[in-house]
Design a binder for this molecule. Structure first.
Ligand code: MGD
Ligand code: MGD
Ligand code: MO
Length: 785
């Protein structure tokens, strides 16, 4: 694909929004100036999605391959797992499990290998820095291993063996293994994940920052403390049996579209669907279930929402506390409102929690949540009227200072009525990347539990380090200080996904060596260390042939189902290697005296699964179980009301409401979200169909009153300044104000562009997560030049 119009010389600065008086350039295609708003009245998914898919397939260089791939994606035999989101496959196989955004994602991966030696010879890094992120990925797939040549400012070819040697020699030359960090984005298969952490721990560090540190870390920590396991407890059968589903802080229509099917079915059987979100998102309205061809043909829509609760950004804990307060008040009149039997036999801390709820005033609850007492009582009434309740959530709850507390309050509310460990009930975090949950299960954790390390040590005959390693934000700080010298990334686009882009850029540039194992060219290849490697790997859709023949890999979905999948397309380039092979190569070069049979593992992934059976709890007989038609479900003791907390009971949490909901006079709370047409840092277009935006990503969604108060009309140019905890300020210049039905005092815009505004100090003390859903900003009209 040809790059968009000639990039401006200072395009990099414009992408950062760093040029006062100029319009910012987003990270999608260079905008053609033709941007607009429309009201989106149509149902989610359905024909709008079908049309959009048609466009993507047409743009795709291999439309026919694309369609073929889709027909086998997520199928139980022979199919590969969708590399998009982590929503589970339909275990009954009755539903055609594809969605618009999964399709975009797979076709994106099937691009021709045009990021090859000729491409890099033609374009120095300084030039590529001025290409938008869209244009970088649009070049095509990475074709062969490359290394940075400072003399020409270009990437030049390197052999795989020399690349491994560079990694091995550099790592062995470090003063301490803790001078290196090893990042993971959540797509790495379980097998590759296991090899990765084994290499890193045998080498001697727990520096394993991952995308979870920016994603659901808060959920894991909260659930671990509340119910003794860091995962949700529901499966799809529960979703089929719930009579109420609360979806908090999730834009499912765009980010987990296959969930719409389950919401629509829930509505058809009369379940209550509550959407708790400052924005009224597409999933809260109606959908045409895409696999139901009759519905598609007749435009029959199904409701996917019964009630919208437009909470303030960061006001969810207060809202949940209000629900609990109304439940306690109702229980005064009717003790059966509480599940006393469950509370008495399975929980701890109930009386303290009741006291904390009593001590929280309605005035505080209403002020923080932004929801009236009447509405909160109505929500509590519907909670009490429902016998089987699931509360699901995503990033709008986790990327806050109080993310852990908020998830604990979800557990509190569920525990009051025994909504856990019964069919149709439970907490249900909606994970992001297709294998982010599996990465953690298989050992990507900078704070590994002792039991995990003990078992790993025994099974693999290594002596893993015991002290905690660095998470994402701490790793950035350590690179800046020069304490981390080597940065290895298995996938992802670290420099854009992380907060405070200019500081993160500085951090990576301060490294001796950066290594990116990737499928497509992205910003993280251009913002590199003094020496740098780009190692191109197979994508999930591609056939992986090793010495023992064709290999499959497993992933774990949001609901802890593990299954094997096989790529089905020939690799786009003969020079690509699998992630397992690349890891084996780097490990052997780093650890020449290792007793780990690296090559055996690479030759036959069954051998990796065999050692995983011994090293990981719950993976017994892994090879056989992974090959069952829909794989197997990892044990979740909390489902059976076995709570592996120190007390052996589910723990109520007792804490105050957050103190940071009010941004202060004249300021707004800004949340950063994804558009419909992006996958994290991969941007497909400048449109956001369901929110009614075409042609522009450099926008801030604002309430009409907040716009009026600042003298702003639709699409006026604005500057946005954020106020960090450490007193520092950051500004993006040249965004545009867009009116949206968001509660006053709240605003929203897109990641990764707005990561510029999140200071490194703005990191949750509870979860280490950057608080990218909770920035305090001032919005001012841009002075005309
Ligand atoms: N197509 C597509 N699919 C994806 C992704 C993608 O980028 N594109 N990304 C994947 C990944 S890694 C992840 S983690 C998930 C992300 O899935 P989401 O969590 O849906 O992602 P965001 O776009 O960040 O949306 C956050 C939602 O929370 C709401 N929100 C923001 N702040 C608050 C708040 O304070 N309270 C409440 N109640 N709501 C709030 C926003 O309005 C928005 O609806 O999706 C995964 N799936
Ligand atoms: N402001 C703000 N920032 C955020 C968020 C937010 O909501 N707001 N969300 C955070 C969240 S939830 C997440 S998960 C992170 C995402 O952070 P990352 O996971 O680091 O970023 P991605 O954009 O998903 O990574 C895309 C790149 O992965 C590579 N890739 C794709 N497929 C494969 C593969 O199969 N193998 C390998 N090795 N590489 C592959 C491609 O080169 C592609 O360019 O961003 C975080 N950052
Ligand atoms: Mo994520």
């Amino acid at each position: 694909m040809a790059p968009s119009p000639e990039p401006a010389a200072d395009a990099e600065q414009l992408m950062m929004g760093a040029v006062p008086g100029a319009a910012a350039l987003g990270r999608g295609p260079v905008p053609d100036g033709d941007y607009s708003r429309h009201e989106y009245h149509h149902p989610a998914a359905g024909w709008g999605a079908a049309r959009s898919v048609g466009k993507v397939l047409l743009r795709s260089p291999e439309p026919v391959e694309g369609v073929k791939a889709l027909l086998v994606m997520n199928h139980e035999d022979g199919g590969f797992d969708c590399p998009g989101c982590a929503w589970p496959d339909d275990p009954t196989g009755l539903r055609l499990d594809i969605c618009e955004n999964g399709i975009k994602h797979v076709t994106w991966e099937m691009a021709p290998p045009r990021a090859d030696r000729q491409f890099f010879a033609a374009h120095p890094v300084a030039e590529l820095m001025n290409w938008t992120d869209y244009d970088l990925e649009a070049v095509g797939r990475l074709a062969e291993p490359m290394t940075y040549d400072p003399d020409t400012d270009r990437y030049v070819p390197i052999s795989w063996e020399d690349a491994y040697a560079m990694v091995g020699t550099t790592l062995r030359g470090l003063g301490s293994p803790n001078e290196a960090a090893f990042y993971t984005s959540g797509r790495l298969s379980n097998e590759a994940t296991f090899l990765y952490q084994l290499w890193v721990r045998e080498f001697g560090t727990n520096n394993l920052p991952d995308c979870s540190n920016m994603c659901h870390e808060a959920s894991g920590r909260a659930l671990q403390a509340a119910i003794g396991s860091g995962k949700g407890t529901t499966d799809l059968e529960d979703w089929e049996q719930a009579d109420a589903i609360w979806l908090m802080a999730d834009n499912a229509g765009s980010n987990a579209p296959r969930m719409l099917t389950w919401l629509a079915e829930a509505d058809r059987r009369g379940a209550t669907l509550v959407h708790i979100n400052p924005l009224i998102e597409a999933a809260s309205r109606r959908t045409i279930v895409p696999h139901e061809l009759v519905d598609m043909a007749t435009f029959r829509t199904t409701r996917t929402g019964t009630r919208n609760v437009q909470v303030n950004i960061g006001g969810d804990l207060a809202l949940l506390r209000g629900v609990a307060k109304a439940v306690f008040e109702a229980a005064d009149g009717d003790p059966t409102v509480l599940d006393r039997e469950f509370i008495d036999s399975h929980t701890s801390g109930f009386e303290d929690y009741r006291a904390a709820v009593d001590a929280t005033s309605w005035a505080d609850i209403v002020r923080d949540s932004g929801i009236t007492e009447v509405d909160i009582r109505a929500l509590a009434g519907s909670y009490i009227a429902s016998q089987r309740v699931i509360i699901a959530w995503c990033l709008g709850l986790t990327q806050h200072e109080h993310g852990v507390d908020t998830v604990r309050e979800i557990a509190n509310v569920l525990l009051l009525r025994g909504n856990i460990g019964r069919p149709g009930t439970g907490p249900s975090p909606v994970r992001g990347h297709s294998n982010v949950q599996g990465n953690r299960t298989c050992g990507v954790n900078h704070r590994p539990p002792k039991a995990f390390l003990d078992r790993l040590a025994q099974a693999c005959g290594i002596d893993p380090p015991r002290e905690h390693g660095l998470g994402t934000v701490d790793a950035i700080e350590a690179m800046r200080r020069g304490e981390l010298k080597v940065f290895v990334a298995m996938g992802g686009n670290f420099v854009l996904a992380a907060p405070d882009l200019p500081r993160t850029f500085e951090a990576l540039r301060n490294c001796d060596l950066t290594v990116q194992v990737s499928t497509k060219l992205n910003r993280s290849h251009l913002v590199h260390g003094r020496r740098a490697l780009i190692l191109p790997c197979l994508g999930r859709s591609e056939r992986d042939i090793q010495a023992a023949g064709e290999q499959g890999v497993t992933v774990e979905d949001s609901m802890a189902m593990v299954h094997i999948s096989f790529g089905m397309k020939d690799p786009v380039s003969p020079h690509l290697r699998s992630e397992c092979a690349i890891l084996g190569g780097m490990a052997q070069a780093t650890l020449p005296d290792s007793r780990t049979p690296w090559q055996d593992y690479v030759d036959d992934y069954d051998r990796i699964r065999d050692i995983m059976s011994r090293a990981l709890e719950g993976f017994e007989d892994f090879n056989a179980r992974a090959r069952r038609p829909h794989g197997f479900r990892l044990d979740q003791p909390a489902r059976e009301r076995v709570f592996l907390t120190p007390s052996g009971r589910a723990e109520f949490w007792t804490g105050p409401l957050p103190d940071d909901v009010d941004p202060g006079e004249g300021r707004l709370t800004l949340t950063t979200v994804r558009s419909h047409d992006q996958f994290n840092t991969t941007i497909y277009s400048n449109d956001d169909r369901y929110r009614g935006v075409k042609g522009l990503r450099t926008i801030i969604f604002m309430n009409a009153d907040d716009m009026r108060a600042r003298g702003l009309a639709e699409f006026d140019l604005i500057d946005v300044t954020s106020f960090s905890r450490d007193g520092s300020q950051r500004t993006v210049y040249g965004y545009r104000a867009v009116e949206h039905p968001i509660p006053p005092g709240n605003a929203a815009g897109y990641m990764p562009e707005l990561n510029v505004l999140c200071g490194l100090a703005d990191t949750s003390t509870q979860s280490e997560q950057p608080v990218t859903k909770h920035l305090v900003v001032e919005v001012t009209k841009q002075a005309t030049a």
